[in-house]
Design a protein around this ligand. Structure first.
Ligand code: C5P
Length: 279
């Protein structure tokens, strides 16, 4: 069986507080984009292979962890070999690993005829990672709590998206560890973002994009992120923002020509630049 695993963008990311369990309460508006990994899943012994040699190719990979969580939850002894053709940059804030895990859950549900609802699959996904429940549902959604409390939202109006990953990884736990709740002064207008989505107002949504992690970055990283955002805006983006715990930055465009030019310009400096759309 082949499955597509779509990347996600954070149109907004707000951190509301630190929890007793060590996680943070978040409020995020998420959107799927067409940039995707392709998974090939076959009956097997639990082997794992990816097109990137440095990714774990054993049962530490989120895709095999998802298969194990599915077995534990359903009691079905289904073992699969998984091959992933990675296109989504890793450690990038695009939920690539979580999306692969979600694709495995959906695929196993289908091929075993287990008949689980998306909500049940999302619940299984919670144990694998905080972004997995959203990735099971996909589309446009408000994610709250650890990321598992999901409310579907009207989709971002169709647009062109330029995605640029600068050449350094950011560790999500390390960035969360830098968060000082007292120092967060700028926050996204989440209610305004939802209102813009409800009004199908692309420019209004693009204007309201903001991610509080941008203020948590090391200063030298912040400069690099701001530079990419400025270049996207100079090329005509309606708005630009970092996604997740970064470092990927994206811009939204209403016209394809401007988006293509932005991708070309950024592509002269950065290796991982993609021109894509929302799904
Ligand atoms: O759930 P996941 O394994 O993807 O989270 C990775 C790390 O990110 C956690 O160990 C935690 O440090 C941090 N995190 C958090 N609050 C969240 C989600 C993740 O502090 N809501």
């Amino acid at each position: 069986m082949q499955a597509q695993a779509f990347a996600k963008l954070n149109l907004t990311l707000d951190i509301l507080g630190k929890r007793e369990d060590g996680y943070h309460d978040l409020q995020m508006v998420m959107q799927s984009i067409a940039l995707a990994d392709t998974l090939t899943i076959t009956p097997g012994e639990g082997r794992m292979d990816t097109s990137l040699s440095y990714l774990p190719s054993d049962d530490r990979n989120l895709a095999q962890l998802a298969a194990a969580a599915f077995r534990a939850a359903t009691g079905l002894e289904v073992r699969v070999d998984i091959t992933i053709d990675k296109r989504i940059p890793v450690c990038a804030g695009l939920a690539g690993g979580s999306s692969d895990a979600a694709a495995v859950l959906r695929a196993l549900n289908e091929c075993t005829n287990a008949g689980l609802t998306p909500e049940q699959l999302a619940k299984i996904g919670e144990q694998v990672g905080s972004d997995v429940p959203y990735c099971v549902m996909g589309g446009t959604a408000l994610a709250e709590g650890r990321g598992e409390r999901l409310t579907p939202l009207p989709p971002l109006p169709a647009c062109h998206v330029v995605v640029c990953k600068p050449p350094f990884p950011i560790s999500t736990p390390q960035l969360f560890a830098r968060v000082d709740m007292k120092k967060i002064v700028r926050r996204p207008d989440t209610a305004g973002m939802i209102a813009a989505l409800e009004a199908a107002d692309l420019a209004g949504a693009a204007r309201r994009m903001y991610n509080v992690f941008e203020d948590v970055l090391e200063p030298r990283r912040r400069v690099q992120i701001d530079e990419i955002k400025a270049r996207l805006i100079d090329c005509g983006a309606l708005g630009a923002c970092m996604t997740g715990s970064g470092p990927t930055v994206f811009g939204l465009f209403d016209g394809e020509a401007a988006a293509r030019l932005a991708a070309q310009r950024l592509g002269e400096q950065y290796r991982e630049v993609f021109l894509t759309q929302t799904v």
